[in-house]
Structure formats: structure tokens, C-alpha cells
Write a protein that binds this ligand. Structure first.
Ligand code: FES
Length: 102
């Protein structure tokens, strides 16, 4: 991933913005990277990557995300599809079964 590639695809937050934010603001925990343009507050896919950025910046390293932007986006879509299916299953489980109602 290159610095201008988006880590948070929901809010279009680049690796460069997140790295600069982490270095400048020195958040206490990775979840505080959400203060950088809402990163991580959408689908949740990028949260493990925010942790990598946080950890690398804390250690004084340049954050490295080995996935290319294409494979990263494809993996996110698969993640979102699984989440949609899980939500649909949870809704179906929690709604009353009208076929057994008398
Ligand atoms: S990709 Fe960051 S919250 Fe969805």
C-alpha cells in the first residue's frame, strides 16, 4: 500500500493521513485514530490496519501494509458480505416465525 492509498475505505482516509495523525497526536490507544476523519467507524474492516499503524508509529517505524489497494478493497468487500449475511441471519433468528403461529 502506498501513502496515498486509502486505509479506511468507508471514509477515504489515506495511510499518509493516518500516519501523520498518529505521529502528531500520539493517541493512547489505536481506537483514537477514529478522530482522524472517522477512520474505522464505518464497516470496521480497517480496524486491524489502524492497529498496525498505531503500533508501527509508536515503535518509530513507518507503517507497512503489504496488501495492494486492489486486493485490500476486494478483501473488504468479502468482509462486508459476510457481515451482511450475519446480520440477515440474526434478523431472521430474532423475528417471529409466522409459519408456526396459530
Ligand atoms: S473501511 Fe474503515 S470503517 Fe470501513
Amino acid at each position: 500500500m502506498q501513502p496515498e492509498d486509502h486505509v479506511c475505505l468507508c471514509y477515504h482516509v489515506s495511510l499518509r493521513k493516518l500516519t501523520n495523525y498518529a505521529r502528531r497526536e500520539r493517541p493512547a490507544v489505536a481506537s483514537q485514530l477514529s478522530d482522524c476523519l472517522g477512520a474505522g467507524t464505518g464497516c470496521g474492516w480497517c480496524r486491524p490496519y489502524l492497529q498496525i499503524i498505531f503500533d508501527d508509529c509508536r515503535a518509530g517505524r513507518d507503517p507497512q501494509i503489504s496488501d495492494g489497494p486492489g486486493e485490500y478493497a476486494i478483501a473488504r468487500e468479502a468482509y462486508r458480505a459476510v457481515r451482511r449475511a450475519e446480520r440477515a441471519a440474526a434478523r431472521a433468528e430474532s423475528s417471529p416465525d409466522v409459519s408456526q403461529a396459530e
